[in-house]
Design a binder for this molecule. Structure first.
Ligand SMILES: Cc1ncc(COP(=O)(O)O)c(C=O)c1O
Length: 382
């Protein structure tokens, strides 16, 4: 194995500049140097989130932020509507049930998108505290139409809660324009950092709910404490100081490349990788009318092949770490991250390794077909 190539849909490769920032000497979490870092991270995140809201930071993984988003808005027994079309929608429903919320789901075939008309029918029929949506369903590679869902909720008291853990900084996000009330994300995906920083941003109408005295008990996750601290560019409890220094550096890199350019790179490269996989006989998992993710490429494994073997051989022979599935799609799909710090040579190498792996498993592929399809598409996109 010549190298280790981290090509998961998170955590993703961390650029040298970010690793250097993380390795700097430790700072006081209450001192002026760290406060400047936190303020800069917030300032650089706001355009990526598409918001003028304050940004709250936590030492947390994405799941922690999912939990935080719900515990701050719910009163005991309140109702939530959760569209489920993949593993992370299921997780949101499980978290909500663990909190004692009354959970209604909209069950959607995995691979299909969320139908905003179905959401509208449900919110007309019952009172929901919130509709809870996964922006980029990493288990299927499908993106939610937040513009349409936001429009459904705009003139209703029901909040829109969104997990953009695997979308933010790789897929367009406009929190304020789309009417997203609670938006949460995490550092280890398109934000090019190690896992460990969670973030949240809340609309004024979300704060009206969060500040009510009858909400669930909360302590570490209390957004009110975080909001009070952020006024001083601090966090209520010890911040992940080194990771936040890395995040600030990653955000500088994103803005140096240019946010529109970063998003276009994600679109162009994910599409070319998908075409390359299709040329090798791996069809896209998403249904024909679903909006395809720019941050994760999720492809079907041809019927006779065990998907787990593809993942294993990619790693053992080539050092290329991709994902399968840890849910009902186990063995049936492979998933490759197309987010954060990656470029053309990365996806072309993925395709070379995938071709060689498929050959080893006895799956007939025309030599170079995957790379050729991707290169052709990249040439057209220039
Ligand atoms: C869409 C989405 N939400 C939530 C999570 C959970 O994040 P974490 O593993 O950091 O807890 C993930 C992780 O892959 C994700 O892709």
């Amino acid at each position: 194995m010549s190298s280790y190539r981290l090509r998961l849909p998170g955590p993703t490769a961390v650029p040298e500049r970010v690793r250097e920032a993380i390795a700097r000497p430790m700072l006081s979490h209450r001192g002026p140097e760290f406060r400047a870092i936190l303020a800069r991270a917030e300032e650089l995140l706001q355009p990526i989130l598409g918001t003028r809201n304050r940004v709250l930071f936590f030492a947390a993984s994405g799941t922690g932020m999912m939990e935080a988003s719900l515990v701050n808005i719910l009163a005991p027994g309140e109702r939530l509507l959760i569209p489920v079309h993949g593993q992370f929608g299921e997780r949101f429903a499980a978290i909500a049930r663990a909190m004692g919320a009354c959970v209604d789901t909209v069950e959607i075939p995995w691979g299909a998108g969320i139908d905003p008309a179905a959401i509208e029918a449900r919110v007309r029929a019952a009172d929901y505290r919130a509709v809870v949506v996964v922006h980029n369903e990493s288990s299927t590679g499908v993106v939610a139409d937040l513009v349409a869902i936001g429009a459904v909720l705009r003139d209703r008291p029901t909040l829109l809660v969104v997990d953009s853990v695997s979308g933010l900084a790789g897929i367009d996000m406009r929190q304020d324009e789309w009417g997203i009330d609670v938006l949460v994300s995490a550092s280890q995906k398109a934000l090019m950092c190690p896992p460990g920083v969670g973030l949240a941003s809340l609309s004024p109408r979300a704060w009206d709910v969060v500040n009510r005295a009858d909400r669930l008990g909360r302590y570490y996750w209390d957004f009110r404490k975080a909001a009070a601290s952020v006024e001083n560019d601090e966090t209520p409890f010890t911040a992940p100081v080194a990771l936040l220094a890395g995040l600030a550096e990653a955000l500088e890199m994103i803005h140096q490349e240019g946010l529109p350019q970063v998003l276009a790179r994600h679109r162009r490269l994910s599409s070319a990788l998908r075409s390359g996989c299709e040329a090798l006989g791996l069809a896209r998992f998403a249904s024909a009318d679903a909006v395809l993710s720019s941050t994760v490429v999720c492809q079907r494994v041809p019927e006779p092949l065990p998907g787990g073997d593809i993942v294993r051989i990619m790693y053992q022979r080539h050092g290329t770490v991709i994902a399968g599935a840890r849910n009902k799609l186990s063995g049936r799909v492979i998933r490759i991250g197309t987010m954060g710090s990656f470029d053309e040579p990365d996806i072309l190498t993925d395709l070379l390794h995938l071709e060689s792996t498929l050959n080893e498993l006895g799956w007939p592929v025309e030599p170079g077909a995957g790379v050729a399809a991707a290169v052709k598409e990249l040439a057209h996109a220039r």
